[in-house]
Design a protein around this ligand. Structure first.
Ligand code: NAD
Length: 276
């Protein structure tokens, strides 16, 4: 699989295309999807404690017999594990479940209370070499400002809902200006039909003999955004990886920018306390 890498501020290389494992719940389906993704060449996987599949992901990585260093593994601190001690403990549990001794990336899942104390634990784990890239998810500008004000090491990445209907233009510019990477969750708008059947996107897709999903993923790449599309369908897993052999023009990008409706799936991060 051909993929580009983007560099975090500390020089760590992150494959720009990864694979999200949220809601692939059935054990058999999970093993099939992940082993297929690894076979195709995906090496970057995004999980979280709350997804309940860290152990299963660790198992597939080991079963692949590919050296661990060739993978880029992300997990996240859940809302109920905020605070210095709790975050340290959560990290140890996550590492144990994944059966690895370092994480490539560890993110604070939501800006729920006490994230400043959690960040202190993340900074220490980073300095000990147990996490290569530390960051956050679902943070808005005010949370980032608050975190930066109270930290020694600023967050290196923010994973946020991003797709053509909700491109996060304001936050995108803020992140660029602060050398914080932008990672998209829900890069395909969680597969919603309005987006995936959009006539404007279909027109662009036809020009390149690509699918609408591939055009959307390419739009993210052109913006410098890291993507982690999820699928458990082998055909789509492959399809989502074939996005490095074409480019969108400035004109295509502008057309896609017009699809911004402000429609988002996530609720306000500060209001998002325990259950996903
Ligand atoms: P997504 O945008 O990746 O959409 C996934 C859905 O799109 C699939 O279930 C399928 O229905 C459809 N799909 C996938 N490939 C397709 C294709 N080629 N053609 C047509 N339809 C296709 O949404 P997501 O799963 O919510 O997000 C991706 C990953 O982001 C998750 O798996 C998870 O790892 C992460 N995530 C993080 C947060 C967070 O709060 N940090 C929240 C949600 C998701």
């Amino acid at each position: 699989l051909e993929t580009k890498v983007v560099e975090a501020i500390n020089g760590v290389k992150i494959p720009q295309l990864g694979f999200g494992v949220y809601k692939i719940t059935k054990e058999e389906e999970f093993a099939k999807a992940i082993s297929e993704a690894i076979r195709i060449g995906y090496r970057h996987f995004d999980t979280a404690k709350i997804y309940g599949n860290e152990e299963a992901l660790g198992r597939e990585i080991r079963n692949s017999q590919i050296p661990r260093e060739q993978f880029f593994i992300t997990s996240k601190v859940w809302n109920t594990d905020h605070g210095y001690e709790a975050t340290k403990k959560a990290f140890e549990q996550t590492a144990k479940k994944l059966n690895i001794d370092y994480l490539d990336m560890y993110l604070i899942h939501f800006a729920s209370p006490n994230y400043i104390e959690s960040w202190k634990a993340m900074e220490e784990l980073y300095l000990e070499g147990k996490i290569k890239v530390i960051g956050v998810a679902n943070f808005e500008i005010q949370h980032l400002e608050e975190l930066i004000k109270h930290s020694k090491i600023p967050p290196m990445i923010n994973q946020i809902e991003t797709h053509p209907e909700f491109p996060q233009n304001g936050l995108h510019t803020y992140l660029n200006n602060h050398q914080i990477l932008h990672e998209a969750w829900g890069p395909l708008g969680q597969g919603n039909k309005t987006l995936l059947n959009h006539p404007e996107l279909k027109k662009i897709a036809n020009q390149y003999h690509k699918t609408v999903a591939q055009v959307i993923l390419r739009w993210h790449l052109e913006r410098g955004v890291i993507i982690i599309p999820k699928s458990s369908n082998p055909k789509r897993i492959q399809e989502n990886s074939q996005i490095f052999d074409f480019e969108l023009t400035g004109d295509d990008m502008e057309k896609i920018d017009q699809l911004n409706t402000g429609k988002r799936y996530s609720i306000n991060p500060t209001g998002y306390i325990v259950n996903p």
